[in-house]
Design a protein around this ligand. Structure first.
Ligand SMILES: [Zn+2]
Length: 425
């Protein structure tokens, strides 16, 4: 294993028992706690990093990708970074959506603009670099869909063979991406949780580099860059203040954990003047975080019944980091019905022009719920992380959007349809 050349990485720390490791001493998880609980967190010397990475140096940095935050990424060999451009996705202020949701201001961070059309590209980019640094012959992951299609794309860019495990229910568009990028795909007749366990066994047996976010401590470091960007973009859009809330959907807990870590880092670096609260959004048919948070109990794995495939995770593998994000930020978890998620696909698209996949727009449905129940006030502002592009799941989109008007190529039929619609109004 290579020794890290990143001068600001000081080591890895187990979030369960606090044991610390030098980078390179362990590959994935804490040896005392095992892979179910021993999630590691990459540690940095922020005091030193701040001299290199701050508002002034960022203002002069022309690298408009997630790699502009390289001092806070666990990369030893920057020359191995693949060529695909990831990050620096747009942050839009969306006043019509703010009105619809009943908040003072609203912004959408459109992560569907990444190379494989989802937020997961931030993690895969780091995962592929780590695999290359270790001269891994193969890279693998289990995923509800987006992490898989993302890894397949980045593995293709880096020239590493990828083996992917997806549950049989993964949407066709995501499976198509995997196959197009040339990954070996196992469609597991079972849940995401079963696909995850199978991937863990295969990775151990064949020695493949494991990109599973919950056990690989480096992946969340890529994910946190969404918040580093968010803070930097806010410092340009609304100097001196960020949003009151950041809303994001929650599956495994890695994404929300990364979002929170990134926000804390920007606060330490002096880019964000105060920390926002985090709203974690789950689906009613699969809400282990909501249940544990509301009832102050430990994780109880549950069934995964929701059309939002990206967050259909009954056994969150990064429960501790996910829960910590909401607790430390004095935020909240809410659950929304599938019907509300479906409605959000169209109202987000029609109020913003951004077409998000179910798990992406679930954040908007969650904000609406949180406003209705008094968690978020009408005078507050919210940033939504739109985690993936809507074209990833056409089936749900068509269910939400209805159908086209079928006509023969004759103006008479068009006229009839237009007049009929006008009569209804
Ligand atoms: Zn430990």
């Amino acid at each position: 294993m290579h020794a890290p050349k990143n001068q600001f990485v000081t080591g890895l720390r187990c979030i369960q028992c606090g044991r610390t490791y030098a980078t390179g001493e362990v590959e994935y998880f804490c040896l005392s706690c095992g892979y179910h609980n021993g999630i590691l967190d990459v540690q940095y010397n922020y005091e030193a990093a701040r001299k290199t990475l701050n508002a002034e140096t960022l203002a002069g940095n022309c690298d408009f990708s997630m790699w502009r935050y390289l001092p806070l990424l666990p990369v030893s060999s920057p020359d191995l970074i693949p060529h695909l451009q990831v990050g620096w996705t747009p942050l839009y202020e969306t006043p019509h959506l703010a009105t619809e949701l009943g908040v003072a201001r609203c912004w959408v961070k459109d992560e569907g603009r990444n190379p494989t059309a989802s937020f997961k590209d931030r993690a895969s980019a780091v995962g592929v670099v780590k695999a290359l640094e270790q001269n891994a012959a193969q890279i693998t992951c289990a995923s509800t869909g987006n992490a898989a299609s993302s890894l397949a794309g980045f593995a293709a860019a880096a020239g590493i063979p990828a083996t992917i495990f997806v549950p049989a229910r993964a949407p066709q568009a995501k499976v198509a991406q995997l196959l197009v990028y040339g990954a070996r795909v196992f469609s597991v007749e079972g849940t995401y949780d079963e696909a995850w366990e199978l991937c863990m066994k295969a990775s151990a047996e064949f020695g493949w580099y494991n990109r599973n976010c919950a056990i690989n401590p480096y992946l969340i470091e890529g994910k946190k860059t969404v918040s580093l960007e968010l803070a930097e973009q806010f410092s340009r859009l609304t100097p001196g203040r960020g949003p009151d809330w950041v809303a994001v959907s929650v599956g495994d807990g890695c994404t929300i954990g990364g979002v929170w870590k990134g926000l804390k880092e920007t606060y330490h670096l002096g880019i964000l003047p105060r920390l926002p609260r985090i709203l974690g959004v789950q689906a009613e048919g699969c809400q282990p975080f909501v249940t544990a948070w509301r009832e102050h109990i430990n994780l109880a794995p549950c069934a995964a019944n929701t059309l939002a495939d990206s967050i259909a995770v009954g056994h969150p593998r990064n429960f501790a980091k996910g829960l910590r994000a909401v607790n430390e930020s004095c935020g909240a978890f809410v659950a929304v019905a599938d019907e509300e998620i479906l409605q959000s696909i169209t109202f987000v698209a029609r109020k913003t022009g951004v077409f998000g996949e179910p798990a992406g727009v679930a954040s908007a449905a969650g904000v609406r719920r949180a406003v209705a129940s008094g968690i978020i006030g009408h005078s507050e502002s919210v940033a939504l992380i739109m985690t993936g592009n809507g074209l990833k799941d056409i089936q749900s989109a068509m269910r939400a959007a209805g159908h086209a008007i079928k006509v023969k190529p004759e103006i008479g039929e068009v006229r009839q349809a237009v007049l009929a619609a006008a009569a209804i109004k």
